[in-house]
Structures are given as structure tokens and as C-alpha cells.
Design a protein. Structure first.
Length: 304
């Protein structure tokens, strides 16, 4: 909207204006789309004035939630202040029929029509008050019948373009504030959790270090993992031995005279058993290394 082209056609936009153009246009906004006042504000610059303008318009308008503001300095401590609803202007331009991409710049009629103290556009009439504020009036109150359309191309547009977004605001200011508040709460909660987790991790690291020192463990996790893996293998072997012994001892059909465990070899002496039946039972789960029978004793060595 900052591009100015001498070829742009000027359009005075009212609430029901229809635009049938295929080239660039500069739009002059009717007072229907904004509120304007001259305020005495004891500040040095526009930035400082803009900070207090919302409060000043609160005394004039009931709902200022969705208002945007623009300020022009007239003289020392005196400012021309505009309030407008971006969404309302956007909708009016869109409904006029003009392609939004063809809109070059947008202006307030307040600043652009000063050479015409009173005029009309289509069926709507406007004039400047004694305070130099352009207002909409009934057509019957016009003393001069000047059709602005006959002179609009002769208007030299000012540098005071309207700061406006030509796209739809899907969220209201209240909704945006709610989302921002939710995001802030979410950030605070996550920061708190991060702080708590950091403390817990720090405490765990200290406890792990104490355990390493008390158990004479190496600092390297690779070495510790290797020790854990080795101990798991040893533990599993012990479990396997217990399971094998339990498996054999749990069968009351076989009387055991003696049992010895030598590394991974289980050496068992059975008294007066059916050797074939015994071998079939053991070989279901374990590998028999050797068998030997002498008198009433049967010896079997099992690989665990």
C-alpha cells in the first residue's frame, strides 16, 4: 500500500459503493468508516500522542475493542486523531467488487477533500464543520451541489495514507488476547516443569555419582553397562540352574541319592529308577551329556 502510481484512479468509497475497475485505484474513505477528532495533547511527538489516544476515544465511543488509531500532528500539542475498524473497511472494499490486489493506497477523506467545503457522492452528502471536521449530512442541508466525482481526479493526494491490513481478521482482539494469555500460562507451566526436572536430574546425577563412589564403579557408562550386562548373564545362569534342579526334584517318581553342581554340569545319582523313563523326562528340557548305571544307582550328567 506504499506504492503511489500516477496512473491510479481515485475512488471515493462509501458503505455501498460498487467499483468496476481492472486497473490500480487509490481509495478515499468516506467518514462512514472512521471517527476523527482534534485533541489537545501535551506531548512532544506522534508516538507519545498515539499512546494516549485510545483513552481519549473511550470517552466518545462505547466499544473500542477492535479500533485502530492514526495520529497527525497539526501544531504544538494539537493532534488530528483517527479511530477506525480495520475489518469494517476491509469488508467494504471487498464487497465493492474491486480486486484487493488492485488497491494501491487508502486515504481518509478528512485529509484529501479540503478544497471542497461541501460536496456529494452518489446519494450521500458531506461538509466540513467550523472545526474543519468532515462529516456526513442529509443532502437537503447542502448549499452547494458539487458532485465530487467530477473533480476527484484533480485531487492531489497527501502523504497521510491509512495504515490498514487488506486481509480478514479471523480472530477478534479479545480472542487474540485469550490465546496470548493461554500461551503465556503454557510457557510459565513448562518453564516451571523444566526447572523442576532440571533439579531432579541434578539430584539423580549426584545420587548416581555417590553410588559409583560407594560401590567402586567406573565413571564411564560404557564400562558400567558392560558390568551390568555381565552380571545379567551370571544371574540368568543361576536362574537356569535353579529351574533345572527344581524341574528334576519336582518329579516324585525319581528318588535322588546325590546331586552336585559343577559349573554348568549337573551331576545326579538316582536310586532304583527306570533309566529310559528318566532320560525321556530330563531330555524334554535339557541336554544329557552322559548316563551310567551301576547296581541300583543310575548316574546322569546334564548340561544346563
Amino acid at each position: 500500500m506504499n506504492l503511489v502510481s500516477s496512473k491510479s484512479k481515485k475512488i471515493f468509497l462509501c458503505s455501498d459503493t460498487k467499483i468496476n475497475e481492472t486497473s490500480k485505484v487509490d481509495i478515499i474513505l468516506s467518514p462512514e468508516f472512521y471517527w476523527v477528532r482534534i485533541f489537545d495533547i501535551p506531548v512532544k511527538n506522534i508516538s507519545q500522542a498515539r499512546a494516549v489516544v485510545p483513552t481519549l476515544f473511550e470517552d466518545l465511543l462505547q466499544d473500542v475493542t477492535d479500533l485502530s488509531y492514526q495520529v497527525i500532528k497539526l501544531e504544538t500539542n494539537k493532534y488530528l486523531c483517527f479511530a477506525y475498524i480495520n475489518q469494517k473497511i476491509y469488508e467494504a472494499i471487498k464487497q465493492s467488487g474491486i480486486n484487493l490486489s488492485l488497491v494501491n493506497s487508502i486515504y481518509f477523506a478528512q485529509n484529501e477533500c479540503k478544497n471542497f467545503k461541501q460536496f456529494y457522492v452518489d446519494d450521500k452528502s458531506f461538509l466540513y464543520t467550523q472545526d474543519e471536521i468532515l462529516v456526513k449530512i442529509p443532502k437537503e442541508l447542502l448549499s452547494e451541489k458539487i458532485d465530487l466525482k467530477n473533480y476527484i481526479e484533480n485531487i492531489n493526494l497527501s502523504a497521510n495514507r491509512v495504515d490498514i491490513k487488506l486481509y480478514s481478521n479471523f480472530l477478534t482482539s479479545k480472542q487474540i488476547n485469550m490465546i496470548l494469555a493461554f500461551c503465556l500460562i503454557f510457557i510459565v507451566i513448562n518453564f516451571s516443569k523444566y526447572f523442576i526436572y532440571s533439579n531432579e536430574i541434578s539430584n539423580l546425577d549426584k545420587k548416581m555419582q555417590d553410588i559409583k563412589i560407594s560401590n567402586n564403579l567406573p565413571n564411564s557408562m560404557i564400562q558400567i553397562d558392560s558390568i551390568i550386562s555381565s552380571n545379567k548373564k551370571i544371574a540368568q545362569k543361576e536362574i537356569n540352574k535353579r529351574e533345572a534342579i527344581y524341574y528334576i526334584l519336582s518329579n516324585n517318581d525319581f528318588e535322588i541319592k546325590n546331586i552336585e553342581l559343577q559349573n554348568d554340569i549337573l551331576n545326579i545319582d538316582f536310586l532304583n529308577v527306570n533309566g529310559k523313563k528318566l532320560e525321556e523326562y530330563i531330555s524334554k528340557k535339557y541336554k544329557i551329556i552322559s548316563t551310567n548305571s551301576s547296581n541300583l544307582i543310575s548316574n546322569i550328567k546334564v548340561q544346563l
